[in-house]
Design a protein around this ligand. Structure first.
Ligand code: OOG
Ligand code: NI
Length: 303
């Protein structure tokens, strides 16, 4: 499917709104841009290719992927492969963009019915106030309305004690109950950067020299079994969250990811200047993603 010029324009505005708030919330984003500028890897942050962005959702009636995906399907995104994370009780899909200048989308959902009764009760206490699919009530052609929707509370602010009970059982549940649809990460494509920084190993070495904290779950660099999708991420930055009743607590916010997609075997003979997105490894990888989720988990943020 292709998007109309109006849809493309609305999509660009929605993505700009997401990125603006994300940059404010995650100081590492500007920090990494500054380090790349200072190192001469880029002349301007606009040169950076955004491989994908990611969202997390709560799998309950009227919400979850079935609701959330309608926004981006409307702009011409196409739903692709499904991924299952048994231990984390998550389901995810990726979505291909209508045009190659837009990022892919990775959207996941917590399978709430698999949680303990206590955790389910806590989640439903908040989400049951949503009695119809809120995306159905949105004018998806109005970028301002969509931007506001993605950054508005979908349910009341949780109490610290509910947050902590969820955190003990599912770090993902705790993240979503507070952070909702805030952009979880954006992803710098490293394979089109200049020589010396265009492999994940080189780029990670640069980030480590510059003192960025990287997620070490399953090793700093996550490699797909075919060897062609290589990913790393920062450890989520902490935000001072205010809970119901005014209590504050430092919790995990969002993080930054880095991805190298290697050229697929049938195209490896192509001269570098002829390699385009369709010649590289597509999609995602369950084994990599399983560890990248942990970028917001206490096991990483509390290191
Ligand atoms: C998503 C983790 C997975 C990827 O690229 O495989 C992921 C999340 O933390 O919500 O981003
Ligand atoms: Ni990702």
């Amino acid at each position: 499917m292709t998007a109309s010029p109006t849809q493309t324009k609305t999509l660009a505005a929605v993505l700009d709104g997401l990125m603006r708030r994300y940059r404010e919330r995650v100081p590492d984003v500007q920090g990494i841009f500054d380090a790349m500028l200072n190192e001469g890897i880029i002349q301007s942050p606009e040169e950076i290719e955004n491989d994908h962005i990611a969202f997390r959702t709560m799998g309950v009636p009227n919400l979850g992927i079935a609701s959330f995906e309608k926004i981006f399907l409307h702009y011409g995104y196409e739903k692709r492969d499904e991924y299952n994370f048994t231990e984390k009780k998550l389901t995810a899909y990726w979505y291909a963009p209508p045009e190659p200048q837009f990022p892919r989308i990775f959207a996941s959902e917590l399978r709430v019915p698999e949680l303990s009764d206590t955790a389910q009760q806590i989640i439903h206490r908040y989400t049951d106030t949503v009695t119809s699919d809120p995306v159905d009530a949105l004018d998806l052609d109005d970028a301002g309305a969509v931007d506001q929707f993605l950054h508005q509370p979908l349910w009341t602010t949780p109490t610290l004690s509910d947050y902590q009970t969820l955190l003990a059982e599912s770090e993902y549940a705790a993240w979503v109950i507070y952070n909702r649809y805030y952009l979880n990460h954006f992803t710098i494509s490293v394979h089109n950067l200049k020589p010396g920084y265009s492999t994940i190993d080189e780029f990670v070495a640069f980030l480590e020299r510059r003192g960025f904290r990287l997620n070490s779950a399953g090793g700093t660099i996550k490699v797909s079994p075919d060897g062609d999708l290589r990913q790393s991420s920062t450890v989520a930055q902490m935000i001072d969250a205010e809970f119901a009743g005014g209590e504050t607590f430092r919790i995990a916010g969002s993080y930054v990811e880095f991805a190298e997609r290697r050229v697929l075997p049938p195209f490896r003979h192509l001269p570098a200047d002829q390699v385009r997105r369709e010649h590289r490894r597509e999609g995602f990888e369950t084994g990599n993603a399983d560890k990248i989720f942990e970028s917001t988990f206490t096991t990483q943020t509390g290191k």
